[in-house]
Design a protein around this ligand. Structure first.
Ligand code: PAN
Ligand code: ZN
Length: 197
């Protein structure tokens, strides 16, 4: 029996599994971020060093259908942050500003629970709750970092411009204005100046 429709064949195409947050296709690239590549990012650097340096904190799959840096294109990706903590701080991404501060981004949560931490140029920092189905518009001026506050992987789609670029240096040097810590067993956004109170 003929199928009512067939998906068009695309040699270079990418398929999304919306349930699991997986990208499939020869053009899909991937990278992994182990604890050893996140020096200086967590508050408790001593604890980070004590843990197995090969522990995967997060991984990213993405597709670049247009050249990096070219104007007008879009990239699509998916990030999986595994559950875990360094001391009281939940596993999270490095975080970045876009090198081009006029370039925005969408995140959409597939699975898990977490927080999207946003910071403006004045270091004012706030968060949005990530739950399955939540859609997050990230203004191009704001730094963004995602945090897995649950016991299962936090998985989210992302779509961003080909010429957004990454400014990781500002975050590496100054961090965000607040961190997501477990306080009395619950995730809380704690201003950095209040961390040691
Ligand atoms: C995302 C992020 C991804 C990993 O695709 O790059 O979640 O986070 P870090 O880049 O901070 O390590 C995105 O925001 N792209 O622009
Ligand atoms: Zn981004």
């Amino acid at each position: 029996m003929a199928m009512p429709f067939e998906l068009p064949h695309q040699a270079d195409g990418v398929t999304l599994d919306w349930q699991t947050g997986t990208m499939i296709g020869a053009a899909v690239q991937q990278s992994r971020k182990p604890l050893k590549d996140l020096a200086g990012i967590f508050r408790d650097e001593a604890r980070r060093k004590q843990a197995d340096p090969d522990t995967t904190v997060y991984q990213v799959q993405w597709w670049e259908p247009a050249a990096t840096g070219s104007e007008g294109g879009l990239f699509w990706g998916v990030t999986t942050i595994f559950p875990g903590r360094v001391g009281e701080e939940y596993f999270m991404t490095h975080g970045h500003f876009h090198a081009n501060r006029t370039r925005a981004e969408y995140y959409g949560t597939v699975q898990g629970e977490g927080m999207l931490v946003l910071m403006n140029a004045n270091r004012q920092t706030w968060s949005e709750r990530m739950v399955p189905g939540s859609l997050h518009y990230i203004d191009g001026r704001n730094a963004h970092r995602t945090v897995n506050t649950g016991d299962t992987p936090l998985i989210f789609w992302a779509c961003w411009p080909t010429d957004a670029g990454y400014d990781y240096t500002t975050i590496r040097e100054k961090g965000f204005g607040a961190r997501v810590l477990s306080v009395n067993g619950k995730p809380a956004l704690v201003p950095s100046h209040a961390e040691n109170l």
